[in-house]
Design a protein around this ligand. Structure first.
Ligand code: FPP
Length: 269
């Protein structure tokens, strides 16, 4: 984990929290207030991070993978988060130059292959949201292997959104439900929100409480559109490779300060 930035916490966490300059105390306070069950992240800004340093975009993705690794370790370790979704590759990302797509596929393959032993021993369960069929055969194999090898783990559920697009996920769910209707397994009148939720890739995990997007962009970009109906959003100007545990804590603190009403009105005191 990155060393805590001495003296920067007031600046980072703002009002509403008793502030201490040591991270363990801060983590304890945040845990006491109740962690979100599921945090999902749109990791954006790798290319701009590289450009600022006169480096090729691939160097930004490489640094982005390191930031992902640091966050997984922190979330599953000191913080004790239960579900973390990372948007690693979208259905729209195929439109990038072939060289960049190939690099990302290789990076993801290396990441999964190299980290699997650590995931296994640290209790991380790997699950995937997305259509694996279009991925290179070796990557598909390594992803399936990681899913199988970590299936019994439960400390942190790491959901990797890979070749994922929310609209495509909803179309897939509609087809599955339509097939069940056609075969007489489902009565159309009985289709409800649960029927749809349970036909999505995320059927086994709770809806995200908090979605974080880095790099100053303020869009969901086809990410968890159904699941995000009541999700709190946190937008950060930080470019993904610079996003660290300290800013995750800041995002969670802000989330905890918000008043989630799920469309209802405030209870009278
Ligand atoms: C967005 O930055 C990032 C991606 C499309 C890829 C995300 C991949 C990683 C962070 C690395 C691998 C991930 C894991 C889980 C190991 P961008 O290229 O769109 O940046 P830009 O908007 O500045 O060009």
């Amino acid at each position: 984990m990155e060393p805590a930035r001495e003296g920067k916490f007031e600046e980072f966490y703002g009002e509403g929290l008793v502030l201490h300059s040591d991270m363990p105390t801060l983590i304890e306070q945040i845990r006491e207030r109740g962690l979100p069950q599921h945090v999902a992240v749109i990791m954006d800004g790798n290319g701009r991070w590289a450009k600022k340093r006169d480096l090729p975009r691939t160097a930004g993705h490489q640094a982005g993978a390191q930031a992902a690794e640091r966050l997984i370790r922190f979330a599953g370790g000191q913080l004790g988060l239960r579900h973390l979704t990372l948007y690693a590759f979208s259905t729209e990302n195929w439109a990038r130059p072939a060289g960049e797509v190939d690099f990302l596929m290789e990076l993801l393959d290396r990441f999964i292959s190299e980290k699997i032993a650590e995931f296994e021993s640290e209790g991380v369960r790997v699950v995937v949201s997305g259509d694996l069929a279009r991925l290179p055969a070796a990557l598909q194999q390594h992803v399936r292997n990681a899913i199988e090898r970590t299936a019994e783990n439960s400390t942190l559920i790491l959901n990797v959104a890979l070749n994922y697009g929310s609209r495509q996920e909803i179309v897939r769910a509609c087809r599955m439900i339509a097939e069940h209707v056609a075969s007489g397994k489902i009565d159309p009148a009985k289709i409800d929100e649960h029927t749809i939720s349970s036909s999505l890739y995320t059927s086994e995990i709770p809806d995200p409480d908090l979605i974080i997007r880095t790099s100053g962009e303020m869009r969901l970009s086809n990410f968890l559109l159904w699941q995000a109906a009541y999700t709190e959003l946190y937008f950060s100007d930080t470019l993904w490779p610079d996003f660290g545990p300290d800013e995750l804590l800041r995002a969670i603190t802000q989330y905890q300060d918000r008043n989630r009403r799920f469309g209802a009105v405030e209870e009278m005191e």
